[in-house]
Design a protein around this ligand. Structure first.
Ligand code: ARG
Length: 281
């Protein structure tokens, strides 16, 4: 903690000098500070989840708080449906999406991304005993092993698109149908508000939930009947999602983020929240 405070102090000084004119401007004193609205969806521990008091906490929230503190902004957190994060940010120049958001081409068309702060990969959560060693290739599950299964995913997420494409197929550049790995196998899916809610239906309405690695591990840690496996798919990078007009805010965030990454603060915060009990509903 002492190290963190020293670091914070150094960063405030450096950032204050370098960014003083742009970031702080005339905004002095608590009432004069610009407010940044952070949009998130809290069913995604350790990045964001609800604590015992129903407050949104997590490594993304801590990280944005550090950044706003250093840059001299107030911070307000809004917990919304995951898909709504993007539309909200598109309508507000002073909004930031901080929700374990994976950088991809579609999203880069509607907003701008900060530098990446961590990476992840998709996982599948199932009842213990669903898969055996024989189903794994290099410790991972191939998508084809989900043949005939009913899957639950969080709406508007990369895990959701991965499964939708595998079950429904995709289109090539000439609009021809490209068969998905799970097409015609009897596999199906249901979209949920988040993976925590979806996981309550495993063994009932669905057989499996597909979600990013650490949220999957957090769900399994809190339910001894469940286990999770890495899906054999492309790794993903997380970044903050900003309004297209917020180019100056973006470079300020990137400046601070680079220091926080370099000093291990990002990993420290993710680890700190990884032990937390996930109370998200
Ligand atoms: N990384 C995935 C995506 O960007 C899932 C993120 C879900 N985040 C959340 N806070 N619920 O689509």
């Amino acid at each position: 903690m002492k190290k963190l405070l020293t670091l914070l102090f150094t960063l405030v000084l450096t950032a204050g000098c370098l960014l003083g004119l742009t970031a702080c401007g005339d905004n002095k004193g608590s009432n004069g500070k610009q407010t940044i609205t952070v949009y998130t969806e809290s069913g995604f521990a350790p990045f964001e989840y609800l604590n015992e008091n129903g407050e949104v906490v997590g490594s993304d929230i801590d990280l944005m708080s550090e950044i706003c503190e250093i840059l001299g902004y107030n911070l307000v957190v809004k917990d919304v449906a995951f898909g709504a994060i993007f539309t909200n940010v598109q309508n507000d120049k002073w909004a930031v999406g901080a929700a374990g958001i994976t950088v991809n081409a579609e999203r880069s068309e509607t907003g701008i991304f900060s530098d990446s702060y961590t990476t992840s990969v998709q996982y599948v959560i199932v009842k213990k005993g669903t898969f055996s060693e024989a189903d794994l290739t290099d410790g991972k599950i191939d998508l084809t092993k989900l043949s005939g299964k009913k899957m639950g995913m969080q709406e508007s997420t990369t895990g959701c698109w991965l499964i939708e494409d595998a079950v429904d197929g995709t289109k090539d550049d000439d609009e021809n149908h490209v068969k998905g790995e799970l097409e015609g196998t009897g596999a199906s899916y249901i979209e949920y508000k988040n993976a925590v809610v979806a996981s309550n239906d495993i063994g009932g309405k669905i057989d499996a939930v597909v979600i990013d690695e650490l949220p999957a591990k957090s769900i399994c840690k809190n339910n001894s009947e469940l286990e999770c496996f890495q899906i054999n798919a492309e790794p993903e990078s997380y970044a903050f999602y900003l309004n297209k007009e917020a180019t100056e805010l973006l470079s300020n965030i990137n400046y601070v983020l680079a220091k926080l990454k370099e000093d291990g603060v990002v990993d420290y915060l993710i680890n700190k929240h990884s032990g937390a009990y996930n109370l998200a509903k």
